[in-house]
Write a protein that binds this ligand. Structure first.
Ligand code: HEM
Ligand code: HEM
Length: 194
């Protein structure tokens, strides 16, 4: 079966953001295994990469809302469509909420002046001023709440959405053999069309 596929821009953004997500999560985990000043190096890279995901996801959402994706394959069962749709929109929500909570979390800390969000040596991403000016006790409580939300959402995407999405894609490819994956992997589409 020959599959319609997403636009080249949508495909590039899909795989670029997926790769960045893996990198950012590995850096977050590395930092969480370390103590004291050893955390600084992985976190100083984690932060600008997370902000990059935020910017790319905003662009991707804009693209998605202004460019019609390929029509949903007619053979998909209603529950498959619903589940795929929940996973896709869930990804967009969490790919925005995770970097936003990260940004807010580091803004609600005195350490932001020592370790700013350094965008690869080009410029410093600004801190959220309404959080940097909180009184000390409120700042601490806000920081903790945001940190908990950040960790919880990271768990949700890593242990929930990604396995659901990838297992779904593999089920279609290898059990249903409907070549759904060609919608996001052009190389499969070309092979299929021969
Ligand atoms: C999609 C983007 C992001 C993902 C997937 C992500 C994921 C993670 C993960 C998995 C951890 C480790 C959690 C743990 O210890 O269990 C973490 C920690 C952390 N993240 Fe992010 N993050 C993102 C964006 C950001 C951004 C934009 C910032 C700040 C600008 C940030 C700041 C931090 C900090 C400071 C920690 C360490 C918190 C602690 O003390 O445990 N993150 N993040
Ligand atoms: C090996 C890993 C992955 C595979 C094989 C894969 C495959 C696919 C395929 C085939 C589609 C098209 C689904 C359809 O329209 O029927 C898709 C869509 C999507 N994927 Fe992935 N994906 C992977 C990883 C990821 C990751 C890590 C993320 C999150 C960062 C992600 C986010 C999305 C989103 C949001 C869509 C919906 C696009 C839209 O319609 O706007 N994917 N993926």
């Amino acid at each position: 079966m020959t599959q319609a596929r997403y636009s080249t821009v949508a495909i590039i953004l899909h795989w670029l953001i997926a790769a960045l997500l893996v990198w950012v999560v590995l850096l977050g985990w590395e930092a969480s295994d370390l103590q004291g000043s050893a955390k600084v190096a992985p976190l100083q890279l984690h932060k600008p990469l997370g902000i990059t995901i935020l910017l790319l996801t905003l662009f991707r959402l804009g693209w998605r809302l202004t460019h019609r994706p390929p029509a949903i394959s007619p053979h998909l069962k209603p529950w498959e469509r619903r589940l795929a749709s929940v996973a896709h929109w869930g990804f967009y929500v969490i790919l925005l909420a995770l970097p936003l909570t990260g940004w807010a979390m580091v803004s609600a800390s005195k350490l932001i002046t020592v370790f700013p969000i350094d965008m690869f040596g080009l410029f410093n991403w600004p801190a959220l001023s309404f959080l940097t000016s909180l009184p000390a006790d409120q700042m601490k409580a806000t920081h903790e709440a945001l940190e908990n939300a950040h960790h919880l959402m990271a768990k949700l995407i890593v242990y929930g959405l990604v396995p659901l999405h990838v297992l779904g894609a593999l089920k279609h490819q290898f059990i249903d053999k409907d070549n759904e994956m060609a919608r996001m992997i052009p190389f499969l589409a070309r092979k299929d069309a021969q």
